[in-house]
Design a protein. Structure first.
Length: 122
């Protein structure tokens, strides 16, 4: 039986859609969506998967790992080399929180808008 739904889009709230789209473009290699504007930016993959970034007035970044401000979204990225991926992501503007719950099986980083995301083994 084929799946009932196919994931078509993921949208993240943020204060600066264009800046966050630029960060994830460098990370994923997705192409900019032609209908991006100042309040919304998007990236697309060849198979049609879309990642959107929408401006939210008064945006408050998640406060991971505590939940005073919830995560809102959580992305996982499979990587071949944790150290290499982490170094690149930190150079692009991600940060690494002190709390790392997965030991050697994965790493948690935070994007420039404060969304936590994970690196997992490929």
């Amino acid at each position: 039986m084929p799946p009932l739904m196919k994931l078509a889009a993921i949208t993240l709230d943020c204060a600066d859609p264009e800046a966050l789209a630029a960060f994830y473009r460098q990370v994923t290699g997705f192409e900019p969506h032609p209908k991006s504007d100042g309040d919304f930016a998007g990236l697309t993959r060849e198979d049609g998967l879309f990642i959107g970034f929408q401006r939210v007035d008064g945006y408050r970044a998640p406060s991971w790992p505590d939940q005073a401000v919830p995560q809102q979204v959580h992305l996982d990225f499979a990587v071949d080399d944790f150290d290499e991926a982490e170094a690149l992501l930190l150079a692009l503007g991600a940060t690494k929180p002190e709390y790392q719950p997965n030991g050697e099986r994965g790493r948690v980083l935070v994007d420039p808008a404060g969304h936590p995301f994970c690196l997992t083994g490929a």
